[in-house]
Design a protein. Sequence first.
Length: 274
Amino acid sequence: MTTAAAAHRPVGELLREWRDRRRISQLDLSISAEISARHLSFVETGRSAPSRDMVLRLGEHLDVPLRERNQLLLAAGYAPVYGETSLTAPDFAPAMHAVRRLLAGHDPYPAVVVDRRWNLVEANAGAGLLTEGVHADLALAPVNVLRLTLHPRGMAPRIVNLGEWRAHLLGRLRREVAATADPWLGDLLAELRGYPCEQPVPEVEVPAPGDILVPLRLRHATGELAFLSTVATFGTPLDVTLAELSIESFFPADPATAAFLGGVPGGADPAGSR
């Protein structure tokens, strides 16, 4: 939903949509937000105009993303309170410095930073291992990491467990579409679902005996490499841009991959100290 579209819809209607999306009853929301159910009903139906603080409180209790909380404020007739700082702005420098230190410190293991639409923001040198052999068109800015991964001219031919990894990524994206109501992400999900995949794509990720996570298994000239991944975000963002950054870090999922990469970041023994 665009900011302009949200601003032309009643704030009560938007709040009700978010409450329905979160599958929270009026009573439960009124209890958690510490307002009367009657007043909440009046806000949703337009019989009462919420204060600025009320909009912010309801947005927080509904876990509305910061970008969309600004839209709620605009729809209610208030100015946005959450800034959207450029990645190159001086005020953003400490955050980007922290991001780049994390990326550099993670080498030689791959790590990438993406924005809310999975466009690449930063990557470390180790990330080049993941993108070997992708078509040049997919590497043109802005690089969409999901498209690069699942496109038949991207990483897909090198992914040994493509069906499994595809199901994992599509599941993450599907949950983000539900969480953010971003139609652009919905279009991306539809595009990715249309990519060919010769392997079966499970609807539900069911572990095989001994499995604890879905690894990324890549074909490589030296043999198969296996990675597990973690995702990190900033813990206390008050800026839209910062809130929407995600850092995905890949670690070896088996001793052979650890040996190929030459150990963990910092030069420690990949098996750990004993």
